[in-house]
Ligand binder design. Sequence first.
Ligand code: GLN
Length: 434
Amino acid sequence: MPGRTVSFHPDDRYAAFLRTIPEAPFGEGRLAGVPVAVKDNISTAGIETTCASRILEGYVPPFDATVVERLKRAGAAIVGKTNMDEFGMGTTTENSAFWPTLNPADPSRVPGGSSGGSAAAVAAGLVPLALGTDTGGSIRCPAAFCGIVGLKPTYGRVSRYGLIAYANSLEQIGPMAKTVTDASLLMEVIAGHDPRDSTSRDCPYHHTPDPEIRGLRIGVPEEFFGEGVDARVASVVWDAISLLERKGAEVITCRMPSMAYALAAYYVTCTSEASSNLARFDGVRYGPPADTKKPWHEAFQERRREGFGEEVRRRIMLGTFALSSGYYGKYYAKAQAARNNVRADFERLFCDVDVLAGPTMPTVAFRFGEKSDPLSMYLSDILTVPANLAGVPAISVPCGKVEGLPVGLQVMGRWMEDERVVDVAYAFEQGRSA
Ligand code: GLN
């Protein structure tokens, strides 16, 4: 493929990168010379950006995403584009059209997804910092599975300009790093208002993590430890919550009834938005070559059939169905009502508690191929999607292991209180190493 550079970091034995940038230039600033990996759905001027999809193979964006511009302004060296589930649709990075990424904690297991390449690159020590994106857990899930820190910022806190959209109303770009301090530093660089993203808020992030959590009220909804949550994962996470309690926080058990509909609301919403967002990919200028003698609609169908992977095609069809006239009220409108219930539950709970805590994922990392049916895969997102539906910040911080495999503690906060979830994660990290 002309213009396609497939080269690897010499140590990339976990296949974290789709392409690397040898001798990446860097400038002066807070991240001067710091190698940063960028997920392949974030536009990089002059560097192929594929979303790990054949339909975008050969696409070289003529512009940088705002977050990339900010990284460059801070002096960072963008050393490569990381592997992901195609268009962000998945929980394991197995849905990449190119190759799966391996989990550095155990290469027979998935790194989580969809930002699996970014998580593996950080966990393997190839880069100290990486950007991921999180539509329904895609930063937090791989962070938990690979044993690193991942923050999904409040919706609107980081510009989405230049992010190739999967489900606009849910997603955010966010930092991934080995430590909370590093993640917080990357957040400082990327956050802030951007006039090119109409959903971006004028709320810059300038913060030094503070481990003092005395008097903090931590809510633990019973539903976060409900059906499907591995008992060993639950026990590691409860130990982590107890540590926070010993550091002076007050732990309050509570209920979050809307969890019963959160996953369904998420999957109807994200597939609906995806069906509309992905309609623009016609495979004419990029992607698999097609027979140009065929009538345009046949050529168009052929290119889309070949250019999109199975999971992406499934979601386009599900979303198109949910939005079609006659079904709109039954599916899309209902999903939005359920989404409002999730938001209302967060608002109600945040009157009495400052943050919510629980496991990031119900289990540890799966073996390759272990989740072969889509529904069981979707079910593993149950604990991460609520924060996206409500737009609130959520962080995953490593909190222990089950049979050698990392477990993540998830902390969610009030809207625009990203600093607070960072502080709680920092308090845990400090308390644990003390
Ligand atoms: N696993 C979820 C999905 O497939 C979340 C993906 C994401 O956050 N991009 O939609």
